[in-house]
Ligand binder design. Structure first.
Ligand code: SF4
Length: 289
């Protein structure tokens, strides 16, 4: 299944934003996964007759709600889709999975990369929480991956690679692998931002783009405006384009209460349910580069 995408960062001038899902299914790997939107969406679609079982068995219900079973479905028929898109597209790869999940065999990852190589009119954004496996699948920087006709050099100009950075631990664990992976553009998706993150200068080396945002959805965790402001400042100090996607569904601010002179941490629900309307934000955060 492929679909037009409304994700803000797939909206680039002269291209159509899309999602492309050659795999389905995943498993929780870190704090950022707790409220995985794909997991809830897969569960909602499980019994949808028109999808003919596309999502059956990928999630199970628990007392805390649906969770991934860890099963991965490879969607071989989806591999052909990019050849048929007439307009140049900006494509978010695997919005319903993680391309570098341990259950996706390297030979299948190579087939996905081969499609990317053969459709240079499209730009592909691959975002992962399995940065080490991404690095292993792509080969040492500059060597490339293996396709049906033989080795393919990397980086391909239309392949953008990114890692999720929801907290400091994720930054330490993932960014180094991204820096050593071959991509035309390397990006950090600093979302859902769950705490203040110090992107030390060495963590921003060779990074070309930073996206930042708070969590949305009914179970979202608060995101402090100062955490977002700090990421913006760190990216700007390193001259890296920054895209503020949303403040999240629970916007926390910190101020010193004039009554008792103590720090207060009130949480506000924004009018836009994702906190995605820049008109509601402090002016200095209205940046989408
Ligand atoms: S890696 Fe991505 S798709 Fe997989 S559980 Fe985590 S958030 Fe969801």
């Amino acid at each position: 299944m492929s679909a037009k995408s409304k994700i803000q960062w797939t909206q680039r001038p002269g291209t159509v934003g899309r999602t492309w899902n050659p795999c389905r299914g995943c498993s929780l790997v870190s704090e950022g996964c707790t409220n995985c939107y794909a997991m809830y969406a897969a569960h909602r679609m499980e019994n949808n007759q028109t999808l003919k079982g596309a999502y059956s068995g990928l999630t199970r219900m628990t007392e805390h709600g649906p969770v991934w079973t860890g099963g991965i479905r490879l969607v071989h028929e989806a591999l052909e889709q990019p050849y048929h898109w007439k307009e140049p597209s900006t494509v978010f790869v695997n919005s319903m999975s993680d391309l570098f999940h341990e259950g996706v065999p390297f030979h299948f990852i190579s087939r996905v990369l081969e499609v990317i190589t053969k459709t240079p009119q499209h730009t592909y954004l691959v975002l992962t929480k399995r940065a080490q496996r991404m690095r292993e699948a792509l080969g040492p920087r500059g060597t490339g991956f293996y396709a049906a006709e033989g080795p393919v050099p990397c980086p391909q100009p239309n392949l953008w690679l990114g890692v999720s950075v929801e907290n400091a631990q994720a930054a330490e664990m993932r960014v180094g692998w991204l820096q050593r992976s071959p991509a035309a553009v390397r990006f950090l998706s600093v979302e859902p931002l769950l705490e203040a993150v110090d992107l030390d200068a060495h963590l921003l080396e060779d990074i070309n783009w930073v996206i930042v945002g708070g969590e949305s959805g009914p179970r979202s965790r608060p995101c402090n405006v100062e955490w977002i402001r700090s990421v913006v400042a760190q990216a700007q100090a390193a001259s890296i384009p920054i895209f503020v996607k949303q403040l999240g569904a629970k916007v926390e601010v910190v101020y010193r209460s004039p009554e008792d002179n103590a720090w207060d941490h009130p949480v506000f629900p924004p009018k836009d349910r994702k906190g995605g309307d820049p008109d509601e934000w402090p002016e200095d955060l209205r940046i989408r580069e």
